[in-house]
Design a protein around this ligand. Sequence first.
Ligand code: NAP
Length: 494
Amino acid sequence: MSQQPDHEVIIVGGGLSGIGVAIVLDRAGFSDYLLLEEGDGFGGAWHWNTYPGVGVDIPSFSYQFSFEQLSGWSRVYAPGAELKAYAEHCVDKYDVRRRSRLNARVSDTEFDDELDLWRVRLANGEMVTGRFLVSATGVLTKPKKPEIPGVDDFRGTMIHTARWDHSVDLTGKRVGIIGTGASAVQIIPSIAPQVEQLTVFQRTPIWCLPKPDAPLPWPVRTVLGLVPGSKAVARLAAQSYVEVTFPLAAHFHGYLPTASAGEKLGHLHLRRSVRDPEVRRKLTPNYSLGCKRPSFSNVYLKTFNRDNVLLDVDPIASVTADGVQTTSGTEHELDVLILATGFKVFEKGNMPPFPVTGSGGADLENFWLTHRFQAYHGVSVPAFPNLFSVLGPYGYNGSSYFNLIETQSRHIVRLLETARKRRATRVEVTERANAAYFASVLARRDKQVFFQGQCSTANSYYFDEHGDVPLRPSSTLETMWDANHFPLQDYTFT
Ligand code: NAP
């Protein structure tokens, strides 16, 4: 067996995280990488999510790489197809495609303690090896089917939002949708004018805030394209807006009044949008803003004024062959049932999405089950040498994913550069550094909305089974500083 790995780095995931890591590594002189993607195209969330109305919830100026800023976005909040095209554009421009394999699903990975490399087994039985392994697999990727009695008995058409079937024509159909999360908020207003009847089954109302969205006409795009610095200014403005509305509001809730101002805005938006006071009442959240992912839309709430849209908040008793029955005994006959029921998050088999066996046979899923979710800066876990994550526990602070991708890539590049300089083949975070980081994030939780606010009625996927919220309690500037300055002594290079 060869003593040398096939590649210096294997990157798992062809979403924007994997693409970003590949580009940053390449620019830093680590060009021998192989990117593995289980789908048949690049873009991750934007490859799989093609439902009507899909689009980004963060202004596009900040939802792009700092080194590849476009001026041609059609709107302040770009539609999903433009993000998918952006991913493909980056793949081609930065020569990622040539070093990638699509339809390559990883089935399991194992660290070889003798040779200091990762063995990555693919679903087709093939094995590839890499000195370093980067997990860029995202979290919200595996569609979740609701555990509702009879859900498999429905005789009509059933579609999950993340696997939209474009051959289904909703025109004139009786459509039901289960769920009112961020996906449903975009789908409901998009399909309501087309269908005969739309019944929305809501379990927990979502906070819905106005979206400062608008088309970007050609003069604006021209200015952005031609005037030096204009894209940077737009990016800074967008970034600051995002920073105030999520990371700062959530993590520094104890110091800032942002969340209560946001709640007032949410209530005002609801009052202005929905005419019927009873419908308004049903759409009013009974938990603090920030406990779960809020939504942004100027059209979602207004859709409930339509005559062909019904909001049913009775718990669902079962899905029948013909539709949905609620506990009050009402049966809604449906032609199409849309499952806007989200994704697996902390469920077994999702984090990580394939078995990861580290040094001495350590299993990553078991490690997290036993020790709670934790990773040094969200990147590294002791006993899992040469493995780095983009979206590990306590890595993401809730800002634009592109900040996360770039800061975690910077962290990884510093490690790889140091390993190269010291001729090390094994890079491992120390238990002491990991424990200190975990203690530091836990010490900040008393200021977070998740632990200060009224979250028990939110049904939020932010909370894991230990009651922890593995988001990074930091401002974006702090995450950037950390990536550039974390002490290299926190790792061993051997
Ligand atoms: P989600 O936020 O997890 O929402 C799932 C919805 O389904 C919730 O309303 C949930 O109710 C409901 N549900 C689940 N199981 C149910 C059951 N058995 N009976 C009744 N209702 C049930 O999923 P999502 O809307 O797909 O969004 C997931 C995440 O993807 C978002 O939070 C966001 O991070 C991302 N996303 C982003 C964008 C964007 O940027 N534009 C768009 C879409 C999605 P409960 O609330 O009671 O659990």
